[in-house]
Ligand binder design. Structure first.
Ligand SMILES: [Zn+2]
Length: 300
């Protein structure tokens, strides 16, 4: 079975400050290769200072650190994908969030899905973003067993929380899911959380007290087997490109309009032209530093 893949929003709204790699700096053997094939072929991080280059959906990651496969309150899932890499800030955040998850009734911790590849970059499957070590997917399945075997981490499935194609939550939804997303959204390191529209509306209806955290909860396609956490660019990473912040407010009216569109889809525009296929990303489309990230020797 496949987990709902994370067709993450690209997050390219902010202007890009990094210069794209110039043709001269790209080894000839790499010029025509897709960036996802180059980054997907590297199994270890670069021996460089940790730094994110570029934007969430067009970038790479130097000096990545690995989320340990097991912790007292987390399990990294699908180890065969080798995507449990990120900035030190992401790993710290996930460990902190897992401790909060372990406090929830019925939860012993959290199951963590894809983060980034060892050197970030585009992936062969599943994501537009997750490229700079600042995105992570958290399973909706409550973490129960904190001693899963590698085989179990491949075969275990998460659970979907949606019904009506994401317009509503289903019977798997619990207040603990909301508490975990609220804890994540309340963390100053977090920029955005992506989840299906019905979950956001559910939280809008049941949130009490301070509603500021709802601002970071963003309705998006998919994201019913997991929610997706995106961190801000860490301090001191000048090559990391932030996404523009969400519009002010709790975003609940916007989420409701997503739900309305699911329930009553607007008629297709007869004049709409089909979107042209996106050209495959090559190194020339990534920040120049990504060439050296790929060329750097591996950490032992
Ligand atoms: Zn994701």
């Amino acid at each position: 079975m496949t987990l709902a893949s994370c067709q993450g929003p690209s997050g390219t709204a902010a202007p890009e400050v990094s210069k794209a790699a110039t043709a001269a700096a790209i080894p000839a053997a790499w010029a025509d290769k897709s960036a996802k094939s180059l980054f997907g072929a590297v199994s270890r991080p670069s021996s460089q200072r940790d730094e994110s280059f570029g934007s969430y959906a067009k970038g790479c990651l130097a000096g990545a650190v690995q989320l340990p496969e097991s912790g007292p309150t987390w399990q990294a899932m699908r180890l065969s994908r080798n995507r449990n890499w990120g900035t030190p800030e992401l790993v710290d955040f996930l460990e902190d969030l897992s401790r909060k998850g372990a406090q929830l009734p019925g939860w012993n911790g959290i199951y963590i899905g894809d983060m980034s590849q060892p050197r970030g970059g585009p992936m062969s499957s599943g994501h537009a973003s997750h490229q700079i070590g600042l995105d992570a997917d958290i399973w909706m399945l409550p973490g129960s067993d904190m001693h899963l075997s590698p085989a179990a981490r491949e075969s275990l499935s998460s659970i979907s929380l949606r019904r009506n194609a994401g317009a509503f939550v289903n019977d798997n939804w619990t207040p603990q899911h909301m508490a975990l997303m609220k804890a994540a959204a309340s963390d100053p390191r977090v920029a955005r959380i992506f989840v299906f529209p019905g979950a956001k509306v559910q939280m809008c209806k049941t949130a009490t007290g301070d509603r500021a955290w709802l601002n970071k909860i963003r309705p998006w396609y998919g994201h019913h087997y997991h929610f997706h956490v995106r961190l801000h660019c860490p301090a001191g990473m000048s090559g990391c490109v932030e996404q523009a912040p969400p519009p002010p407010g709790d975003g609940c009216a916007e989420a409701q309009s997503w739900v309305d569109n699911i329930l009553n889809p607007p008629p297709p525009n007869p004049n709409a032209k089909p979107a042209p296929p996106k050209p495959e990303l090559t190194l020339a489309g990534l920040p120049a530093q990504c060439v050296s990230v790929l060329q750097s020797p591996s950490l032992p």
